[in-house]
Design a protein around this ligand. Structure first.
Ligand SMILES: *[C@@H]1O[C@H](CO)[C@@H](O)[C@H](O)[C@H]1NC(C)=O
Ligand SMILES: *[C@@H]1O[C@H](CO)[C@@H](O)[C@H](O)[C@H]1NC(C)=O
Ligand SMILES: *[C@@H]1O[C@H](CO)[C@@H](O)[C@H](O)[C@H]1NC(C)=O
Ligand SMILES: *[C@@H]1O[C@H](CO)[C@@H](O)[C@H](O)[C@H]1NC(C)=O
Ligand SMILES: *[C@@H]1O[C@H](CO)[C@@H](O)[C@H](O)[C@H]1NC(C)=O
Ligand SMILES: *[C@@H]1O[C@H](CO)[C@@H](O)[C@H](O)[C@H]1NC(C)=O
Ligand SMILES: *[C@@H]1O[C@H](CO)[C@@H](O)[C@H](O)[C@H]1NC(C)=O
Length: 604
C-alpha cells in the first residue's frame, strides 16, 4: 500500500541569518523489512523467488583450512542466532520480495569452494567472491579464489538474512534469488589504533578487529608504542615494557599478540605493527635513559625551540650505538610476533628542538653535519633490521617530506617502501606516487577520528576567558561568522561519517597514479579515548571508510551517494549494536522509522 504525503518545513537556523526552506514530497510504503548491505557489493542482482527460511540444521561444506574453519563456525552461528529485524524502514525496497511470504522450504546447504587454498592473508591477496542463492532449491553457493574472499562472502551472506517483517521470533529468512559478484576497490582498508597514549584491553582490540571484519576491512594498524607508554612485552628487551608501560595490567604479552593475530585471521584482518621511531619514543627512556634525548625536559626557556608537539618529549639518539642494539632487538622480536609482511616503522614528526638538546648532536652539527644527516643515519642503519625479515617497511610520509628532518628518497626504494600520508590531502599523495611510492591515505582533515573532542592540556588559560565579551577569541567560542571555535582540539572539527565517506583519496590523479594508492586508514590517536569510549569513537564512522574503500562512494552514474547510503548506514549502526559493537547513533530513531522525512533536500 502506498501513501503519498507532502510536507513543507521552514527551518530557521539562527535569528534572521539563514533561512532554509525545505520542501519534501515523499512516498511511504507500509513498513517493510528490507535488506540493507554494508558495504554494498560491487554487483548484485535479485531474482524473483520468494524468501526461504534458514534451516537450523544448515550444513556448510568447505575445504579444510584452520582460519576458514574458525570463520565458518563464527558465521554459521551468527546466521542462525542473529534474528535481525531491520530498524530502518525503507521507502524504496532494494529487494523485490521484501513483502512476499516465505516459501515452505529452507536453505539447508551452503557450499563453499576455494580455488587457491594456500593463498595467505597478505597485502593484495584476492578477496573477490561470488555468492549465489538461486531462485529455486535449498543450496546456496559461495565461491572465491581464496579463503579470504570466502570470509567476505560469509559476511555478506549474514547481512542477507533477517526476520520476516514484524516477527522477532521464529526462523530467519533469506532472499531466494540473489546473485552477488564482489571485490574490493582498494587492497588496503584499515584502522590505526594508538595503544600508547591510553591502553586498550585485549578484548577491546578483539572486538575492534571483529567489527573491521564485519565492514570487510582488512587492516588493523596497531600503533603500539609512543612517547607516553611502551605497552608491549618483548623477550629480548623486557625492560622496555616493565619500566615504560603504565604498569602491570597495561602490558600486551606474547600470548596476547598471538591471540590478536589469530583472531584477525578469522576475520581476514591483517595486524600490522608500528613501532614509531626515532621520534615518539620518550617511553623508551624509562628502561634506557642513555638512548633518549630531551627526556623529562618539560619546560623550555624562552627562545629555545620546543621539544615535542605534546607531552612527553623524548627522541632516540641516532648517534649512540646503543640505540641500534636496543632497536634491533625490538624489531627482531616484533617481526617474529607479527606474520604480516608489512612493518610500520613510523619516522614521523622529528622535533629538532629535542635533538638539539643533546651534547652529542650539538657537536655533530658543529662539525657541519645537518639534521637530515642525523635522520638519514637512523633510517639507513635501521632499515636492514626490517628488510632482513623480508618486511616491507611503511613510513609516515614525513620521512621524505618534512621540513624539519628528512631523508633522501633514494634511501627508501619504492619496491620495499610504502608511505602513509597524514596531511596535505590527495595533492600530496599524488606527489608521493609520482616518486613511485605506494601510498596509504590517512589525511587528518578527513580520516582522524580523534578530532573535535576539545583541549586536553590542563591549566590552559585559554579556557578561562570571558568569551562572550571577546569577539576575537575563537578558542572555545566564536561570534556568528567567525568560525566555530575549536575548543582547543588541534584538528577540529569532528570528522563525521559523511565527511569520511565523501573523501576521494585519489582525486586529481591519472589512473596510473591512482593505482599506487593502495588504500586508506582512519586513525584513532588515543589522547582522549580508551576502552570505555572506543566503540563510539570508531563506529559507525569507520564503516564509512569501509564502504568507500570496498565499493566506493559513488553510484552507477558516478555521483556521490551518501544520501543513498544513509538508510543502509542507519540500519548498519543498529546491526553493529546487535553484534556487540557500541556504535553511536546518527539520527533520532524517529528518522529511521519515518524514512526520508528527515531529509535536508527532497530526494524522491
Ligand atoms: C510447499 O508448497 C508447495 C506449493 O508452493 C506445495 O505443492 C507443497 O506441497 C508444499 N510442501 C510442504 C511440505 O508443505
Ligand atoms: C636541555 O634543555 C634543558 C632545558 O632547557 C637545559 O637546561 C639543558 O641545558 C639542555 N641541555 C643541552 C645539552 O642543551
Ligand atoms: C664548517 O663550515 C664552515 C663554513 O663553511 C667552515 O668555516 C668550518 O671550517 C667548517 N667546520 C668544520 C669542522 O668542518
Ligand atoms: C647507507 O649506509 C651504507 C652502508 O652502511 C653506506 O654505504 C651508504 O652511503 C649510506 N647511505 C646514505 C644515504 O647515507
Ligand atoms: C626472505 O625471502 C627470501 C627469498 O624469498 C628467502 O630466501 C628468505 O628465507 C626469507 N627470509 C626470511 C627471514 O623470511
Ligand atoms: C596555571 O597557569 C598559570 C599561568 O601560568 C599559573 O599562574 C598557575 O599557577 C597555574 N595553575 C596551576 C594550578 O598550576
Ligand atoms: C579585536 O581585533 C581587532 C582587530 O585586530 C581589534 O581592533 C579589536 O580591538 C579587538 N577587540 C577586542 C575586544 O580585543
Amino acid at each position: 500500500m502506498e501513501k503519498e504525503k507532502k510536507a513543507k518545513w521552514i527551518v530557521i537556523h539562527s535569528p534572521a541569518l539563514l533561512i532554509a526552506l525545505i520542501v519534501n514530497q515523499f512516498f511511504i510504503i507500509s513498513a517493510n523489512a528490507d535488506v540493507f548491505l554494508w558495504p554494498i557489493p560491487q554487483s548484485i542482482s535479485w531474482g524473483a523467488g520468494p524468501p526461504i527460511t534458514i534451516s537450523s540444521h544448515l550444513r556448510i561444506t568447505f575445504p579444510r583450512h584452520r582460519d576458514l574453519h574458525r570463520a565458518v563456525v563464527y558465521y554459521r552461528k551468527l546466521m542462525l542466532s542473529e534474528k535481525w529485524l531491520p530498524v530502518q524502514v525503507s521507502a524504496k525496497p532494494t529487494s523485490p520480495t521484501a513483502t512476499v511470504a516465505a516459501a515452505n522450504y529452507s536453505l539447508t546447504w551452503l557450499q563453499i569452494k576455494v580455488r587457491d587454498i594456500s593463498a595467505d592473508l597478505q597485502h593484495g591477496v584476492d578477496e573477490s567472491y561470488s555468492l549465489n542463492v538461486p531462485d529455486q532449491g535449498s543450496r546456496a553457493k559461495l565461491e572465491a579464489m581464496t579463503v579470504w574472499g570466502v570470509i567476505r562472502g560469509l559476511e555478506t551472506l549474514t547481512q542477507l538474512i533477517r526476520m520476516p517483517s514484524g516477527k522477532s521470533k521464529g526462523e530467519p529468512i533469506i532472499e531466494h534469488g540473489v546473485s552477488i559478484h564482489d571485490k574490493p576497490k582498494f587492497a588496503h582498508r584499515g584502522l590505526l589504533l594508538d595503544t600508547s597514549r591510553n591502553f586498550y584491553a585485549v578484548n577491546d582490540i578483539l572486538r575492534t578487529i571483529r567489527a573491521l571484519g564485519h565492514n570487510k576491512m582488512n587492516v588493523f594498524h596497531w600503533h603500539i608504542t609512543d612517547s607516553q607508554s611502551f605497552p608491549l612485552s618483548l623477550a629480548s628487551e623486557p625492560l622496555l615494557a616493565a619500566k615504560g608501560s603504565y604498569g602491570e595490567g597495561f602490558i600486551y604479552s606474547n600470548k596476547d599478540v598471538a591471540k590478536i593475530v589469530r583472531y584477525g585471521r578469522t576475520f581476514g584482518v591483517r595486524v600490522i605493527p608500528e613501532i614509531d621511531a626515532p621520534g615518539h619514543t620518550a617511553s623508551w627512556a624509562a628502561a634506557y635513559p642513555e638512548i633518549v634525548v630531551c627526556n623529562n625536559q618539560f619546560w623550555v626557556p624562552p627562545g629555545v625551540d620546543r621539544f615535542a608537539n605534546e607531552p612527553t618529549p623524548g627522541q632516540l639518539n641516532p648517534l649512540n650505538p646503543k640505540t641500534y642494539e636496543v632497536f634491533k632487538n625490538v624489531v627482531d622480536d616484533v617481526a617474529s610476533m607479527f606474520p604480516d609482511t608489512f612493518f610500520h616503522a613510523g619516522a614521523d614528526e622529528i622535533i629538532l628542538g629535542c635533538w638539539k638538546n643533546s651534547t652529542d648532536i650539538q657537536k655533530f652539527l658543529k662539525e657541519n653535519h645537518t639534521m637530515d644527516e642525523i635522520l638519514t643515519r637512523f633510517i639507513n642503519t635501521s632499515r636492514s633490521f626490517f628488510t632482513s625479515h623480508n618486511k616491507t617497511t611503511v613510513y609516515w610520509a614525513d620521512v621524505i617530506t618534512s621540513t624539519e628532518a628528512k631523508v633522501d628518497p633514494t634511501l627508501l626504494p619504492p619496491s620495499s617502501t610504502i608511505l602513509q600520508n597524514w596531511n596535505g590531502g590527495s595533492e600530496k599523495t599524488k606527489s608521493l606516487v609520482q616518486k613511485g611510492y605506494r601510498v596509504i591515505a590517512s589525511d587528518v582533515d578527513w580520516f582522524y577520528l580523534d578530532c573535535g573532542f576539545g583541549n586536553w592540556l590542563s591549566n590552559n588559560t585559554n579556557l578561562d576567558q570571558d568569551f562572550n565579551n571577546d569577539p576575537n577569541n575563537t578558542y572555545n567560542w566564536a561570534p556568528q561568522g567567525k568560525g566555530a571555535g575549536t575548543g582547543g582540539s588541534w584538528c577540529a572539527p569532528f570528522k563525521s561519517w559523511s565527511r569520511i565517506y565523501d573523501h576521494d583519496i585519489t582525486a586529481g590523479m591519472t589512473s596510473e597514479e591512482a593505482k599506487l594508492v593502495i588504500g586508506g586508514e582512519v586513525c584513532l590517536w588515543s589522547e582522549q579515548s580508551d576502552g570505555v569510549v572506543v566503540d563510539s569513537r570508531l563506529w559507525p564512522r569507520t564503516a564509512a571508510l569501509g564502504e568507500s574503500m570496498w565499493s566506493g562512494n559513488r553510484n552507477e552514474e558516478g555521483r556521490k551517494r551518501s544520501g543513498e547510503a544513509t538508510d543502509r548506514m542507519n540500519d548498519w549502526r543498529f546491526r553493529l549494536l546487535r553484534r556487540g559493537i557500541g556504535a553511536e547513533p546518527l539520527q533520532p530513531l524517529w528518522c529511521l522509522k519515518h524514512s526520508h522525512q528527515c531529509d535536508f533536500e527532497q530526494t524522491f
